[in-house]
Design a protein around this ligand. Structure first.
Ligand code: NAD
Length: 513
């Protein structure tokens, strides 16, 4: 059983001293309180103390933010700036993110419960994404066709799509807004951003950085509030041209339905139930490390969590025993401790749901090999790293996204069976395959329906590579070289050059037109 890292009051005091507690809403270049005086508070899931108080947006603030974003798009100057000008501003944001990286990481730790070492990596990754978007801002271009005849030229230009609603979840607060906003800005769009009400602080802090670099007023507006009050109107309002949403499949479907009323473009990054398939000829030591990492990283609260382990039956027993030993050694506890690998779970309700999933699997005949319960020795919401074996593909635990540190073990005999089990899911976000045989790797990676397949590695990412899901894991891709183009619309220009020879109505001899 894991020996927890005890909470350290002095670390918490230092983190609280380094960060602010109260936040207003960013609307039209100004920080505003809610008209009705409403506030939301957020307690650290690890420490139980209040760490943030936000102005809580309502209908008045949603209206003001949408009007500001629309005005900033329709009247400019942001969409009319050159790519070089927008790029320079994005580069400056990246530098400020790096300047304030420790503070941003601390905000995410205090609100999400994720380990500080991991949060630092996420902030560094976010700064890198802002730089990548800055580079793409200068490369946004269309196409031309001189193949239409000597008196014709076809030109396809890319124009910013308009006002974008950006709605993000709580599990990677700063990283996910950074996978969307810099690309929307690079395209020349304006935005209303709604972070999760559980982890809004780092996104609001980003608003300060945007003002510091001189982003024109109204280009980015940031609202804090609950989904039905703020997220829903941002998906339905006809002034919004595109909805870029990351969150659960359930809410994503509702957001898409709302967006359909005015036929907005949607980009959906949704849930996952990702398989890791391990063949007997794999580097089993590396596979074990990746399996443990994939299941417990971010306390399993990760769309990419590789929680469905599909083992060849010849190695299942030994692999499971070794995975249990490693899982029991994962350092769980105070997320402000640099040695912590697993921190707290986001809310008490979510912790109960994770425990219920495990109990459900036990009742359905699976075996809980490790953990299965919260770590009661720690204040706050901590779940013990858990392993459930003897899982059958039809069991709920093998099909539903658990979003907790729970590793499930299924077994296979043939490659075809492994692919079939991997694909037996409503989701299709990511997958991984472990084998030293090239044919096995290629066949499995082609056969598995997923937006990303890792081959002898796990959860690697790069701003250059597109990311997104198939099936009910999403619609569209983020990152990659088309990431800015995603926030544009194509416009076709037909040019005629020289005298017009072909007329619809023939010229009359009398000379009348
Ligand atoms: P969630 O769907 O509950 O909430 C996401 C966001 O939507 C929040 O800001 C929330 O306030 C808002 N929202 C809630 N109701 C809304 C409504 N009716 N209309 C518009 N917005 C509304 O998700 P969560 O619990 O914050 O995050 C966890 C989920 O996110 C998991 O399912 C996870 O797999 C998914 N996720 C996916 C990716 C990806 O890239 N595919 C990345 C991270 C998280």
């Amino acid at each position: 059983m894991n020996i927890p890292i005890a909470l350290d009051r002095s670390r918490l005091d230092a983190a609280l001293a380094a960060t602010q507690r109260g936040y207003d809403l960013l609307i039209d270049g100004n920080w505003r309180k809610a008209a009705d005086g409403g506030v939301l508070t957020r307690a650290s899931p690890a420490h139980g103390v209040t760490v943030s108080t936000y102005a809580r947006a309502g209908a008045v603030e949603v209206e003001a933010a949408l009007a500001a974003a629309r005005r900033a798009f329709d009247e400019g100057p942001w969409p009319q700036l050159t790519g070089a000008e927008r790029s320079k501003l994005l580069l400056n944001v990246a530098s400020l993110i790096e300047r304030d990286a420790e503070l941003l990481a601390t905000l995410d730790v205090l609100e999400s419960g994720k380990p500080i070492a991991q949060a630092r990596t996420e902030i560094a990754g976010a700064a890198d994404i802002w730089r990548y978007a800055a580079a793409l801002a200068r490369d946004l271009h269309g196409e031309s066709y001189r193949t239409l005849g000597p008196s014709k030229l076809g030109v396809v230009v890319r124009e910013p799509i308009g006002v974008v609603s950006i709605i993000t979840p709580w599990n990677f607060p700063f990283l996910i807004v950074s996978q969307k906003l810099p690309f929307a800005l690079a395209a020349g769009c304006t935005a209303v951003v709604k972070p999760s009400e559980l982890t809004s602080a780092s996104t609001l802090y980003l608003g300060r950085l945007l003002l510091e670099v001189g982003l024109p007023r109204g280009v980015v507006n940031i609202l804090v509030g609950e989904g039905p009050d703020v997220g829903a109107p941002l998906t339905a309002d006809p002034r919004v041209d595109m909805v870029s949403f990351t969150g659960s499949t359930r809410v994503g479907k509702a957001a898409m339905a709302a967006a359909s009323a005015s036929l907005k473009k949607v980009s959906m990054e949704l849930g996952g139930k990702n398989p890791q398939i391990v063949f007997p000829d794999a580097d089993l030591d590396a596979a074990l490390d990746a399996v443990v990492f994939g299941a417990y990283f971010n306390a399993g609260e990760c769309c990419n969590a590789g929680s469905r382990i599909i083992l060849h039956e010849s190695i299942a027993g030994d692999f499971l025993a070794a995975a249990s030993t490693r899982a029991a050694a994962v350092p769980v506890g105070d997320p402000l401790d640099p040695d912590a690998k697993v921190g707290a779970v986001i809310t008490p309700i979510h912790l109960e749901q994770i425990e219920r999933h495990v109990e459900g699997a036990r009742s359905a005949g699976a075996e809980v090999v490790l953990g299965g319960r919260r770590l009661v020795s720690l204040a706050g919401q901590f779940m013990a790293p858990t392993i459930v074996s003897g899982v059958k593909p039809a069991m709920a635990i093998a099909r539903e996204e658990i979003f907790g540190p729970v590793l499930l073990v299924l077994t296979f005999r043939t490659m075809a069976e492994a692919i079939a089990i991997a694909n037996d899911s409503a989701y299709g976000l990511s997958a991984s395959v472990w084998s030293r045989d090239f044919d096995t790797c290629l066949t499995v990676s082609r056969g598995v329906r997923a937006g990303t397949v890792w081959v002898n590695t796990f959860m690697d990412g790069a701003a250059e590579l597109p990311f997104g899901g198939t099936k009910q894991s999403g619609l569209g891709r983020e990152l990659g070289r088309n990431a800015v183009a995603d926030y544009t619309e194509e416009k076709t220009l037909h040019f005629h050059t020289g005298p017009r020879t072909a007329r619809w109505l023939p010229i009359r001899q009398s000379g009348a037109a």
